[in-house]
Design a protein around this ligand. Structure first.
Ligand code: ADE
Ligand code: ZN
Length: 323
């Protein structure tokens, strides 16, 4: 699959930071890292999804300046470009930046500088989806949405939400999502990962989303799969992430192909690659191998992603032509 051009729509920027980069940034910043962040082999240490979210926060705390955000972005886009990825839409979390003392605009400018540098050096294109964190609650989500509309940036193309789906209800975040939507932006919400079909249905009912983050557990309700297929709502599927966090035993058991066969718009993504021992290139290799997909099918998955991207049409058309 090396020659297949790839695109990614669902990856958390703080979650792309490798253990080596986390340690380097912490050392440069004179910051003390919680030793429980790493296992004895140097990889990130976490035991289940909720512990992963805590580990993510500890690792993200090493990112402490605008230039750190530039470095994290550049490092990730470089790794993606080396796997023949041409476009990455990354989630960024102003709440994590704020916790490290970085302003909303500085964090965006850092990421944008990383995108510019990676484009110059590797030809890869990047855009940003600003995300709030569900378990931090609706008030924090509203203030992220407020900053989002107050400080537009040409690389910021959408608004999203990650975090613990078990906390609060999608309708609690309707004001934040509608603020972004009414300002002309597309939105996406994590639903149907550790939440069930109802979480996806509630998202579709209460939030103006154009895509679903994960959505994989729609497979538990054939009527919901049919609805997603009929409405052609793209699913940001992340098989390696779902396997690492224990939702499925392996790629063989992951319903990627079932959702695809049912007519859903499937896209393939890495979520938090160093935490889940994956990369966008590995996801393409593994999903293709397990399902017997040839290069043409994998190219179609890239095109699904590009058609579902939140960037402008001119960029989409240029990228699709390159595939
Ligand atoms: N934040 C970072 N990764 C996440 C995931 N897989 N699900 C929910 N929130 C996240
Ligand atoms: Zn995610």
């Amino acid at each position: 699959m090396k020659t297949v051009k790839k695109a990614e729509l669902h990856v958390h920027l703080e979650g792309t930071t490798t253990p080596a980069l986390v340690k380097k940034l912490a050392a440069n910043n004179g910051a003390e890292l919680d030793p429980s962040t790493f296992k004895s082999d140097g990889e990130f240490s976490w035991s289940d999804f909720w512990d992963f979210l805590r580990c993510y926060d500890k690792a993200a705390a090493a990112i402490q300046s605008k230039d750190d955000y530039r470095a994290v972005t550049y490092d990730y886009l470089k790794r993606c470009a080396l796997e023949n990825t041409i476009y990455v839409e990354t989630f960024s979390s102003p709440d994590h930046a704020a916790d490290a003392g970085i302003s909303y605009t500085d964090h965006l400018e850092g990421i944008a500088a990383g995108i510019d540098d990676a484009r110059r050096d590797f030809g890869i294109e990047g855009r940003i989806i600003v995300t709030c964190v569900r378990h931090l609650g609706p008030e924090k989500a509203n203030s992220v949405a407020q900053k989002f509309v107050e400080y537009p940036h040409p690389y910021v193309v959408g608004f999203g939400m990650g975090g613990d789906e078990a906390q609060y209800h999608p309708k609690d975040f309707a004001p934040a999502f509608y603020k972004a939507h009414d300002a002309g932006y597309k939105t996406t919400n994590h639903a149907g990962e550790f939440g069930d079909c109802q979480s996806i249905r509630d998202t579709l009912t209460h939030l103006p989303v154009s895509r679903i983050g994960h959505g994989v557990r729609a497979i538990e309700d054939p009527n919901l799969v049919s609805e997603l297929a009929e409405r052609q709502i793209p699913l940001e599927l992340c098989p390696g992430s779902n396997i690492a966090t224990g939702l499925y035993d392996g790629y063989e058991q992951h319903p990627f192909d079932q959702l695809k066969q049912a007519g859903c718009v499937v896209t393939l993504n890495s979520d938090d690659p160093p935490f889940f021992a994956t990369s966008i290139g590995k996801e393409y290799e593994r999903v293709a191998a397990v399902n017997g997909y040839d290069e043409q099918i994998m190219r179609q998955i890239t095109i699904n992603s590009l058609k579902s991207a939140f960037c402008d049409d001119a960029l989409k058309e240029k990228l699709i032509a390159a595939v």
